[in-house]
Design a binder for this molecule. Structure first.
Ligand code: DAT
Ligand code: MG
Length: 139
């Protein structure tokens, strides 16, 4: 069966608390192959561009401040049905609504500081992957 790809970030809150290893374990144990991986930090311009779709939302300033406050892990992941299955693995945006067994249930603390990002469509997965990784970094 054909595989496809999604893009994820382990957000600054989870990196600060030492959860990189735990989150990557949940991801690989769920059957995702790591295509690209790096520790990096978003600039203000990066975060504003990445989350441009939310720029009119009341939480936009808080979101870009949070996403730039420390390093993140950026990764591209591959699996059958990657985008939808990864959204299921991370759980609801608000960890109070996230199901048992999801990454956000285990590691997120609030709707704003929710540990991980996951692309919401194949089209956005490609845009977000290419935002963070050059072609030669995508294995
Ligand atoms: P998701 O990350 O589940 O795709 P989203 O795309 O709706 O959620 O929002 C992007 C991020 O913005 C989300 O991970 C955390 C932040 N955010 C969303 N809604 C928020 C709210 N009501 N208050 C504070 N931050 C919020
Ligand atoms: Mg989203």
């Amino acid at each position: 069966m054909a595989t496809n790809r999604t893009f994820t970030m382990i957000k600054p809150d989870a990196v600060e608390k030492g959860h990189i290893g735990g989150i990557l374990s949940m991801i690989t144990e769920a059957g995702f192959r790591i295509v690209s991986l790096k520790l990096t930090q978003l600039t203000l311009a990066d975060a504003q561009a990445f989350y441009a779709v939310h720029k009119e939302r009341p939480f936009f300033g808080e979101l870009v401040e949070f996403m730039t406050r420390g390093p993140i892990v950026a990764a591209i992941l591959e699996k059958e049905n990657a985008v939808e299955d990864f959204r299921a693995l991370i759980g609801a945006t608000n960890p109070a609504d996230a199901a048992e067994g999801t990454i956000r249930k285990k590691y997120a603390t609030s709707v704003g500081e929710n540990a991980v990002h996951g692309s919401d469509s194949d089209e956005n997965a490609a845009i977000e992957s290419n935002f963070h990784f050059a072609g030669r970094e995508q294995f």
